[in-house]
Design a protein around this ligand. Structure first.
Ligand code: SAM
Length: 292
């Protein structure tokens, strides 16, 4: 083990013991102890005093302290009462850091940031920086990514396998509804891959830091993104089937095989095509011809 990991591991273990705490598997607690990875996360986030940051799951505060040194405002949402209490005491009296003890999936995020913008009644644009709880990576990102007015950039650690699915391109084995949904809202880029030895306790999987940047222009113009995502989910729900059969077999869409064949024809696509080779533009075009 390299010295940075060893000393980070010991200080994390010590600070937990001093507060009568221990890593809780139920909350996905694998604390990041490698100094170099912490720095890579901060570099990718490019935080300065103009920035407001949301940290999800601050844990023992290794990342939190470093973000607090750089950001104008930091809100950290932690579900574990013991850890949230420990950090709230540490940052007591520090006006630019707010530790919020709550479940991130049940938190009204626009309300949490209201009044923190440039005037007292506005909401700022926020960077999300986190070593995510892996058991809820996808629900967290799928709920935050659509908030395009609130969140500008994400730099988030997750299981590498999930990061690979988020950035997969058409035709690859990892490509699916998650890739298309994430890539509708953001441009994903792997900052670095991270071995289990960078954490205490060590997880069973390899991790990756993923940066998600908002595109300058939306990749497609979808009049009704939810409708498009429903079509995408149906296409990948039965990924070995042709798109026509997958869609016709998803009664909630209300699109029969004949209508789907005609839509494919109108969109200039082969009627035997499978969803797994279509890109976002293809799905947007199909939606357009299905409900002009
Ligand atoms: N940021 C710390 C670090 O890098 O060492 C801890 C990261 S650990 C992988 C995930 C953190 O998310 C834990 O502190 C855990 O308690 C917290 N957490 C788990 N579920 C959560 C939820 N639903 N809402 C908010 N925080 C959560």
């Amino acid at each position: 083990m390299i010295p940075e990991e060893q000393s980070g591991r010991e200080s994390t273990r010590k600070s937990l013991t001093e507060h009568g705490l221990a890593p809780n598997k139920r909350f996905g607690q694998n604390f990041l102890v490698d100094e170099r990875i912490l720095e890579q996360i901060l570099d990718a986030a490019a935080i300065d005093r103009q920035d407001t940051v949301l940290e999800i799951g601050p844990g023992t505060g290794q990342l939190t302290r470093r973000i607090a040194e750089r950001a104008g405002n930091l809100v950290a949402v932690e579900i574990d009462r013991g850890l949230a209490g420990m950090l709230a005491r540490e940052f007591e009296g520090d006006d630019h850091v707010k530790i919020h003890c709550a479940d991130i999936l049940k938190t009204d995020l626009p309300a949490l940031f209201s009044g923190m913008g440039t005037s007292s009644d506005t909401v700022p644009t926020v960077k999300v920086v986190a070593n995510l709880p892996y058991y809820i990576t996808t629900p967290i990102l799928l709920s935050l990514l659509p908030m395009t007015d609130l969140f500008s950039r994400f730099v988030v650690m997750m299981q590498k396998e999930v990061a690979d699915r988020m950035r997969a391109r058409p035709g690859s084995k990892d490509y699916g509804a998650l890739s298309l949904t994430v890539q509708y809202y953001a441009v994903p880029e792997i900052v670095t891959t991270v071995p289990p030895s960078a954490f205490y306790p060590q997880p069973d999987v390899t991790s990756a830091v993923l940066k998600l940047e908002r595109p300058e222009e939306p990749p497609v113009s979808a009049r009704d993104p939810e409708k498009m995502f429903a079509l995408i989910r149906a296409a990948f729900g039965k990924r070995r089937k042709t798109l026509v059969n997958a869609v016709a077999g998803a009664p909630q869409l209300g699109i029969d095989a004949r209508t789907m064949k005609k839509a494919l024809q109108d969109a200039g696509l082969d009627e035997s095509v499978r969803g797994e080779v279509l890109n976002l533009q293809d799905f947007a075009r199909l939606c357009e011809v299905l409900s002009p």
